[in-house]
Design a protein around this ligand. Structure first.
Ligand code: ADP
Length: 162
């Protein structure tokens, strides 16, 4: 059984991420969506909120689990018995960062490879960051994030402006 680990911030999950998860399931038996706990990076959603949003958005997909991790990714992959790391690639701007991350991870533990999947044509412009900006300014993010995320963004920004 090939277990793939899909790590990221997922603050929040978008259809771009979901597309990678679904296509990842076509290649690997199991995909673990692993939310990185980064103490230096304060997100809009808490770790628990992010996990709950991913769980809800992936509830109909078989072979997906949602988890979180702290510390080195390669240590986490080893601990949970993962075989491969999945990352998504949007424009050339993602490439340099991803290339460095994959190289350092391979240096740290050469048992794991990083598997890259190109973004879907409908989501190449979708990032959690732009989604948050659009939602904060009252724009529509329909069709770019799952319905539960759309609602959560609305609730979050309403609460923040209260
Ligand atoms: P990070 O903060 O680690 O970049 P993200 O949650 O933003 O984490 O993204 C996790 C992974 O998903 C990254 O490899 C990122 O390039 C990829 N990704 C994000 N948005 C998209 C998208 N629209 N299409 C394809 N891949 C994406």
């Amino acid at each position: 059984m090939i277990k793939a680990i899909y790590p990221g911030s997922f603050d929040p999950i978008t259809y771009g991420h979901l597309d990678i998860i679904q296509r990842g399931l076509g290649v690997f038996d199991h995909v673990v969506v692993a939310v990185a706990h980064n103490i230096d990076k304060q997100g809009l959603f808490t770790l628990e909120e992010r996990k709950a949003l991913i769980r809800e958005a992936t509830k109909d997909l078989e072979g997906v689990t949602v988890d979180s991790f702290e510390g080195l990714l390669v240590d986490y992959v080893e601990r949970v018995g993962g075989s491969v790391i999945i990352r998504g690639l949007r424009a050339t701007s993602d490439f340099e960062y991803e290339f460095h991350m994959a190289s350092i991870n391979r240096h740290l533990n050469e048992n794991f490879d990083t598997f890259f999947m190109m973004t879907a044509k409908d989501y190449f412009f979708v990032s959690s960051r732009t989604i948050k900006e659009v939602a904060m300014l009252g724009g529509s993010v329909k069709g770019l994030v799952p319905g539960n995320v759309e609602k959560a963004l609305k609730a979050k920004f309403e609460a923040l402006t209260d």
